[in-house]
Design a binder for this molecule. Structure first.
Ligand code: A2P
Length: 267
């Protein structure tokens, strides 16, 4: 069967029993800004009455940067999830549906100029930051990039940890952005349900001041700090409230301000 808007899977890697990433071919006409998302999916089961199949699509942040030849995605696997119960079985050479209409708020255009940018992620909410951490503009616009990632278990941090580590030896990025660009990154991974070097929710660690002390930076300040949030709903709402208390205001593409928020994909 020929899928509408089909792209071919070029790479699949399973990180844990709950997480995997994959890469697909990129439509020649697709332009996007690092941090945006697209709708991707598979054909659904045939309707029992009519036998017709409809595409089953969900919003996925593009985890690869805007200059990459392929598109990368980072996904959860939910055993009874309508899409991810099937998507987790894709193999190289399979086709997925990809609607080539990128949108989203986690883009540099939605923020005012600043000195420091914070990326706050839980779980698969790391995906848009996997794109933005490989985007030259991130390093042109900011002196310091702080990425926090809170997961339940230590194994769920691996995709992000390896990606950040790989920047050190990425010849292309070191040449294009400048040798040692990655030294601008401060990475702060934490776990909540399994032992790891740093435990706790980032929200609690910020409230107590521990996160700022560990990082050796001052708390967020609207004069200097910009932030992007991508995690589960409760996390997003809690951080939003904290930011408002720090005096940061939510921005949008049409009205850039201090921070932006997007919900991580869950199925
Ligand atoms: P916790 O284990 O304490 O719930 P999930 O897999 O459920 O999306 O959660 C991913 C991570 O986000 C978990 O480590 C979880 O911690 C954390 N988390 C969930 N809700 C919040 C919140 N409101 N503030 C901060 N972290 C949260």
């Amino acid at each position: 069967m020929v899928l509408p808007d089909a792209q071919t899977v070029t790479f699949v890697k399973h990180w844990t029993d709950r997480l995997f990433s994959f890469r697909v071919t990129r439509p020649a006409s697709l332009r996007f800004r690092s941090g945006e998302f697209v709708m991707i999916g598979l054909m659904g089961d045939p309707d029992p009455k009519t036998g017709k199949q409809k595409p089953l699509l969900r919003a996925y942040s593009i985890a690869s940067p805007s200059w990459d030849e392929e598109l990368e995605f980072y996904s959860i696997k939910v055993q009874d999830g309508p899409l991810t119960s099937k998507l987790q079985h894709i193999k190289v050479g399979d086709e997925v549906i990809l609607r080539p209409k990128p949108v989203g708020t986690l883009v540099h255009d939605a923020l005012l100029p600043g000195k420091r940018i914070w990326f706050f992620a839980t779980g698969t909410g790391f995906a848009p930051f996997a794109s933005l951490l490989r985007e030259p503009q991130t390093y042109e616009d900011y002196d310091e990039i702080i990425i926090t990632h809170t997961c339940r278990e230590a194994g769920e941090l691996t995709y992000g940890a390896e990606l950040i580590e790989s920047l050190k030896t990425d010849e292309l990025l070191n040449e294009v952005i400048g040798e040692g660009f990655w030294k601008k990154i401060k990475y702060y991974p934490t776990t909540t349900r399994e032992e790891s070097p740093k435990m706790g929710r980032i929200t609690d660690l910020m409230r107590s001041g521990e996160a700022f002390a560990d990082l050796g930076v001052a708390p967020l300040n609207p004069e200097t700090d910009r932030a992007m949030i991508c995690g589960n709903l409760a996390f997003n709402l809690e951080l939003k409230q904290m930011f408002e208390d720090y005096g940061l205001e939510e921005g949008a593409n049409s009205d850039p301000k201090h921070y932006v928020v997007e919900k991580a994909f869950l199925d």
